[in-house]
Design a binder for this molecule. Structure first.
Ligand SMILES: *Cc1c(COP(=O)(O)O)cnc(C)c1O
Length: 378
């Protein structure tokens, strides 16, 4: 039995990240500069996108994606309610209306059918989430979005290192938004990225994150001749710092090994949980592989104990689990949004929980978590 507390998630930060951050500080250039530019190039190459534009968070990335797509008041944007609240919030930042679509029970993701159900004449875009790292059916949803002539924004906040149809999530996407919050696999403290293959969008995104300037402060500084900037449109300060990017570059190098290790731990959880009836752990869908950013488990009636009681028992046994993914339509901020029935969303958000999974989780820890779940099942 483990006597220590088992955290649900801890970021993998070590001496190399500390050194990289210190080097950035000592360089004297701490705001957006050469390290941000390198991180953008290396991250975009990793996910198979033409351009990367680093920003301060995934929330900012989603906001800018909708600005670039010229979504605004009077427009509807289809989003899953079953997501972190930032997905829906971004729609409101541009004055558009979020329309909630239901998700698939096994993956927690939008499908062609659920998006189709939510579509109206005012639908201007879809934001599909690769929820908790599980890829949605990229080929099917992109094809449908093309047919409907609606741009597909990919909320890939959790999905760095996941694959769909044998390619990295993000490759071939119209526009994708990424998060580097410590709850995700690759962290820069706070931070995000927009990736796209479109060079014109990338240029506009660079302006939009930096006050609408036609030349970045870093480029102006590096120039040997005076550069007078001009401000082409009203925009934002959504920049990432070079200290963050320095950490991100080290983290990016670690990512493949981190994903490989999590997948091995997840496979071990699957084996240990398989004999317990009524527990449905998240798995790879047929069309891709998850990075297992979060190991969520659906508790079916057969298990005999409700989710909140399971959480309480785990906590009493020193295991820090979490309620599963939230549903935005059940929150006060979205009480005024009218949507169709969302039965799968409501079932998943009520009946699922997230078990500990991180690089430092030991086999003893896993055995302890599973022992608590087995005992509860009776
Ligand atoms: C974490 C998360 C976000 C927000 O990311 P930040 O970088 O914290 O702004 C958005 N969407 C999803 C699906 C997330 O999990």
């Amino acid at each position: 039995m483990s006597s220590h507390r088992i955290p649900v998630m801890i970021p993998h930060l070590g001496a190399e990240e500390a050194q990289a951050a210190a080097d950035a500080v000592r360089s004297g250039w701490v705001a957006q500069g050469p390290r941000v530019a390198r991180f953008e190039q290396e991250f975009a190459a990793f996910v198979g996108a033409g351009h990367g534009v680093a920003v301060s968070s995934c929330t900012a990335a989603l906001h800018l994606a909708l600005v670039v797509l010229e979504v605004g008041p009077g427009d509807e944007v289809i989003v899953p309610s079953f997501s972190f609240i930032a997905t829906a919030n971004a729609v409101r930042y541009v004055g558009a209306t979020p329309v909630f679509a239901d998700v698939d029970l096994a993956t927690g993701n939008l499908t062609v059918a659920t998006v189709d159900d939510a579509r109206t004449a005012r639908t201007r875009a879809v934001i599909a989430v690769h929820q908790a790292g599980v890829p949605f059916d990229v080929a099917a949803l992109r094809q449908a979005a093309d047919r409907w002539r609606i741009p597909l924004v990919e909320d890939a906040a959790c999905a760095a290192g996941s694959t769909a149809n044998g390619r990295p999530v993000g490759s071939g996407a119209t526009i994708s938004a990424w998060s580097f919050h410590p709850r995700k696999l690759l962290t820069t403290g706070e931070g995000g990225m927009v990736t796209t293959d479109d060079p014109q969008w990338a240029a506009r995104l660079r302006r939009l994150r930096e006050h609408g300037m036609n030349v970045s402060a870093a480029d102006r500084h590096a120039s040997t001749t005076p550069v007078l900037e001009s401000y082409l449109e009203t925009a934002f300060n959504y920049r990432m710092t070079d200290v963050q990017a320095a950490i991100g570059l080290v983290q990016l190098g670690r990512l493949p090994e981190l994903v490989r290790h999590r997948r091995a731990l997840a496979a071990r959880y699957h084996d240990l949980l398989a004999p317990i009836g009524g527990l449905e752990p998240v798995r790879d869908p047929a069309h891709g592989e998850t990075n297992f950013q979060s190991y969520w488990v659906r508790i079916d009636r057969e298990y005999g104990v409700g989710r909140d009681d399971v959480l309480a028992e785990l906590a009493a046994a020193g295991v820090s689990a979490r309620r599963g993914i939230m549903a935005a339509h059940l929150e006060p901020a979205y009480a005024d949004v009218v949507s169709g029935p969302l039965p799968v969303t409501e079932r998943l958000t009520r009946d699922s929980l997230i078990l500990p999974l991180h690089h430092a989780l030991t086999e003893d820890d896993q055995d302890h978590v599973v022992a608590v779940l087995r005992k509860l099942a009776g």
